[in-house]
Design a binder for this molecule. Structure first.
Ligand code: MSP
Length: 650
């Protein structure tokens, strides 16, 4: 029977659309899951969403919907994105699933009855976005040590879990299982920062918000989100606190690996193992904490419109290119930097030049020289040995890297096969062999070796770039090779390649793509600005004194010329007359008024606003407009048409 392999991702918060960083984790775990399946393991891959907590309650209320409606919509968006990037999960758990909620309540009761959970009062510093309480000494510059945001002093009646009771057992477990936390460097962090200073008891219930699983014997409390969230790993596979587990739980637990980000290692390697010890459940084999994908050249922020989302990336570059890029962008012990430009470079260099080019050249030459039918000509030369050695040793190297979760290194090893094969083309020069009829068999051997190399490399690549590899197999008319035969060379008898090959990865024109990307970012930014403006407008401004109003100088101005500002969809350049004086004003009304319509009109203008450059033009005032709920604009004009321009308004 095949060995089982149970792999999980962290469950993503349903507080908003996941960015490429969260999506990276799902792609990473997916590649491991697919690789393990390919190796022959009976894989179960679970992912899902973490849907309770104060932050979500607040977001829902801001959006004017119920928390459940809010999480339903975000959870389906997360699922859509996971599907879009090809995450081959077997189970998508939501912490609002009924079976999960029921088990969390039972687990809470069980731990309470056991005496590991007790009622107390909590006073501490609370970080709302992270949903974490911190002690004074844990704060960094008075702020949350995880996210750096401000914390608030909070006190409330709460239930606590006796963490300290299990601290020695946990330390012993660490010592006996040196590879429990990977990369190993992360273990030292846990020991030095949390275990050695002494574990604080953990708050496991809250009563200041409602959106959570109620403690069933004290329902004004809801289960504090980490006890709720972490237990997904067992409830999702059929754990039952009364011991009536489903068969799948008995088969799958303990998990083989929890794949998580570096910020939540503490929760997974201290609290989670301790909860499991308290429940008398074995601990997971490994917890792998990956680094973070960070945006090169500045923080991702919604207001800048530059947050990178997987669906945009897929639309621009295709699913497999995105998977390849994020997997290679992340070194193991560090954070990875991403940018649109480097994606384009990566696609052009590795995917188009190395991989795509190798496949297309090989297919083209097979068609040109052998009418698409490739068979070994059995004429060998020493240069073949080196190619074969690189190809047949790849599987061992890739497996070793995967065993340590060094995904980008594994991909590098696979691309070594493709690079070696490209070099082999340069060395053997098939076009020269083709000129000499007596070298026909040697030419056949060269092409045969290339096809074999592609088959092995592509098979190895299939867990990471599944669709592309299937395409290559179709174009070559072969099955991808079984895992345990990847160290063999020469298994193909004869193959007929396609006559109409597809381009796997087209070379991208960086400048052109970046133009489109920037236009998208710009329009997102405008949308966000509009949203913020709307929110600001809704807020009534505070009362002011007449002196404050008096500081603003308003005058009647007559538009004498008007034109569009080049490179801007929104801006118009107006020349206005204020009596004797003429001024230039740049105004964001181009979407509402044609320039010729404005010429001759009288408008109301703020004349003492400090001049500012807009799109390189100095604007010396502001035209006053009214705006309705739908964003329709109307400029203001004096009721008497003969009111002279330059007249003051007060
Ligand atoms: N809900 C918790 C996890 C509970 S697990 C029982 C949570 N959710 S999250 O949505 O904030 O993050 C989900 C995962 O994405 C975490 O593992 C987190 O580390 C990871 N990432 C968040 N931002 C990331 C990057 N920028 N880059 C890589 N991973 C990122 O934490």
């Amino acid at each position: 029977m095949k060995d089982k392999y149970y792999i999980t991702t962290a469950i993503a918060y349903t507080s908003g659309k996941p960015h490429i960083g969260n999506t990276y984790e799902a792609i990473l775990a997916d590649s491991i899951a697919r690789f393990k399946r390919y190796q022959g393991f009976d894989v179960f891959f679970q992912t899902g969403t973490d849907e309770h907590g104060q932050k979500i309650e607040e977001k829902a209320s801001k959006a004017g919907v119920s928390p459940k409606a809010f999480v339903d919509s975000v959870a389906s968006e997360i699922k859509r994105i996971w599907d879009l990037v090809g995450v081959s999960y077997d189970k998508f758990i939501r912490t609002t699933d009924e079976y999960h909620e029921k088990q969390v309540q039972k687990i809470f009761n069980k731990l309470y009855e056991k005496g590991d959970i007790y009622k107390g009062a909590y006073e501490g510093w609370y970080c709302t976005p992270c949903e974490s309480f911190w002690t004074e000494s844990q704060l960094v510059d008075g702020k949350c040590p995880d996210c750096g945001r401000p914390v608030v002093k909070s006190q409330e009646e709460a239930y606590f879990f006796k963490m300290s009771k299990y601290a020695d057992r946990l330390m012993e477990y660490y010592n006996n299982h040196p590879e429990f936390i990977l990369p190993v460097s992360r273990k030292n962090e846990m020991v030095n920062n949390f275990l050695k200073p002494g574990l604080q008891d953990l708050c496991v219930s809250r009563s200041t918000f409602k959106w959570g699983i109620p403690v069933d014997f004290d329902p004004k409390h809801v289960v504090y989100v980490w006890l709720d969230a972490l237990t997904n790993y067992i409830t999702g596979i059929g754990y039952d606190a009364d011991g009536k587990h489903q068969e799948s739980y008995n088969k799958l637990w303990p998990a083989d690996v929890h794949v998580i980000g570096k910020d939540i290692i503490r929760f997974h390697t201290i609290y989670w193992p301790i909860f499991l010890m308290a429940l008398d459940i074995p601990l997971p084999e490994k917890v792998y904490g990956h680094g973070w994908l960070l945006q090169d050249g500045g923080k991702m922020s919604k207001s800048k419109g530059n947050v990178m989302y997987a669906d945009d990336l897929v639309e621009f570059f295709g699913k497999d290119a995105v998977r390849y890029y994020v997997l290679t962008a992340m070194p193991q012990d560090n954070d990875g930097l991403i940018s649109w430009e480097s994606i384009i470079d990566g696609i052009n260099s590795d995917l188009a030049n190395v991989f795509g080019n190798l496949v297309s050249r090989t297919i083209a030459m097979s068609n040109k020289y052998f009418d698409g039918v490739v068979k070994n000509g059995n004429v060998f030369e020493p240069v073949d040995d080196d190619l074969k050695a690189v190809v047949t040793s790849a599987v061992k190297k890739v497996t070793a890297k995967m065993d340590e979760f060094k995904i980008s290194d594994a991909l590098f090893e696979i691309f070594t096969v493709f690079r070696r094969a490209n070099k082999y083309i340069d060395e053997t020069m098939p076009w020269a062999l083709a000129k000499d009829e007596s070298k026909k068999d040697r030419l056949a051997t060269v092409l045969y070796n290339l096809v074999e190399s592609i088959v092995v490399g592509t098979s190895l690549l299939s867990p990471y770039l599944p669709d592309t590899c299937d395409k290559v197999a179709k174009m070559l008319n072969v099955q991808l090779r079984e895992f345990n035969k990847l160290n063999e060379f020469g298994l193909i008898d004869e193959i007929s390649v396609t006559k109409t090959p597809e381009i796997l990865f087209a070379r991208l024109d960086s400048a052109k793509v970046m133009e489109q990307v920037n236009a998208m970012i710009e329009s997102r930014k405008e949308k966000e600005e509009k949203k913020t403006e709307k929110v600001e407008e809704k807020v009534e401004k505070p009362l002011i004194d007449i002196e404050e109003f008096d500081k603003v100088q308003l005058k009647v101005a007559k538009v004498v010329a008007c034109e569009k500002v080049e490179k801007s969809k929104k801006l118009l350049k107006l020349t206005v007359k204020l009596g004797e004086e003429e001024r230039t004003v740049v105004s964001g009304i181009a979407l509402h008024y044609a320039p010729e319509y404005l010429v001759g009109k009288k408008v109301v203008m703020v004349t003492n606003l400090r001049p500012a450059k807009l799109c390189g033009i100095m604007s010396e005032g502001m035209i006053v407009c009214a705006e309705d709920e739908n964003g329709n604009i109307s400029f203001l004009t004096p009721e008497k048409a003969d009111m002279p321009d330059g007249s003051p308004i007060f």
